[in-house]
Design a protein. Structure first.
Lengths: 226, 109
């Protein structure tokens, strides 16, 4: 691989562009491929196979060839509501797991850049904050404030936009009340039951990093189920 | 659904190159049976034999490092190495999982 190619790969990765690295295993040539374009030179005759690797989000050697395809897809977007202590540990785990985190918190004293360096922190109420974030059914929501004023509008937004994972922090009682409010707001039982509440898998721990671990474990597990 | 896992090995490769080190990139390109690391897993090796990342669960890393050092010494661009259970060298380095992997090594130049 040429240093120039490596630099281009790193640039594409940091701008969250989807691409693939094509390598000719016989002579070591490598190229960057953008989905939807025509592969260059010696790779051009494998256009269909390369695009298929992309669609299936897989890496591998094209059958009966010496061409290796490695695809880079956009990281999954995770929106955290509540720039609280647990969120700081979630950010740490998300870094090694390559989730792309955005944090929403209208309370300025929580949502400071100093508490969350290198993370997109939106210091607005959920309704306005969601106007700044592109979301789809591959987005996850983790609601951590257990304050209905802040969590509820975010949960409603996530349910309406069919996020693949929605979790909300709070005790069983807090969650029962939350479900009641969502029912009154017109959400169906199926929708309400799709919320993971109380959030996280059962680990038993009560400290902020332990709760963050239980949440991130549930998020990873749910990601593979979808 | 699948997330895009990124172990930052390529970022580290860039840092090593900046520090004037010769870097060989090793990538798992094929696996058969039960193998510990998935296709696309990476490791980098410099001319001193320092390495970062992984291509197995510690089973074949030492063999990959020596292959990478030979690549630098012989000034070759790339090489494909297969570790199979039936392969004697795999037994030596201990591919205990019973799987088979193909690793592609290439100099970054």
């Amino acid at each position: 691989m040429k240093i120039k190619t490596l630099e281009e790969i790193l640039k594409k990765k940091s701008s969250k562009t989807e691409f693939a690295i094509l390598t000719n295993l016989e002579n070591g040539d490598s190229e960057i491929y953008l989905p939807g374009t025509s592969p260059k030179g010696e790779f051009s005759k494998y256009a269909v196979e390369i695009e298929n690797f992309f669609k299936s989000k897989k890496n591998g050697v094209i059958e009966n060839s010496e061409i290796f395809v490695e695809t880079y897809i956009k990281p999954i977007k995770v929106i955290i509501v509540g720039a609280v202590h647990i969120a700081q540990y979630l950010v740490d785990f998300a870094k090694s797991l390559n989730f792309e985190i955005s944090i929403i918190d209208p309370r300025g004293y929580f949502a400071s850049e100093q508490r969350f360096p290198d993370i997109k922190v939106i210091n607005k109420w959920p309704k306005e904050a969601f106007e700044e974030i592109e979301t789809n059914s591959s987005t996850a929501l983790i609601a951590l404030t257990h304050d209905p004023k802040i969590d509820d509008p975010a949960l409603q937004y996530a349910l309406k936009n069919k996020f693949y994972y929605i979790g909300a922090l709070g005790s069983k009682k807090t969650h029962e009340n939350r479900c009641q409010r969502l029912a009154e707001a017109g959400f169906t039982n199926d929708e309400i039951n799709s919320i993971h509440g109380p959030i996280g898998i059962k680990l038993g721990g009560k400290s902020a990093p332990e709760i963050a671990l239980s949440i991130i474990a549930q998020l990873v597990s749910e990601t593979y189920k979808k | 659904m699948k997330n895009s896992f990124d172990e930052k090995i390529l970022d580290e490769a860039k840092d090593w190159i900046k520090a004037n080190q010769k870097v060989v990139l090793a990538t798992v390109i094929q696996t058969w049976g039960s193998s510990p690391r998935q296709v696309g897993s990476r490791m980098i090796v410099n001319e001193k034999g320092d390495f970062s990342g992984s291509v197995s669960g510690g089973c074949v890393e030492s063999a990959v490092v020596s292959e990478c050092l030979s690549l630098i010494k012989d000034n070759k661009p790339c090489k494909k190495i297969e570790f199979k259970v039936s392969n004697e060298s795999a037994w030596e380095v201990g591919l205990a999982c019973g799987g088979e992997i193909a690793v592609y090594i290439e100099q970054i130049h």
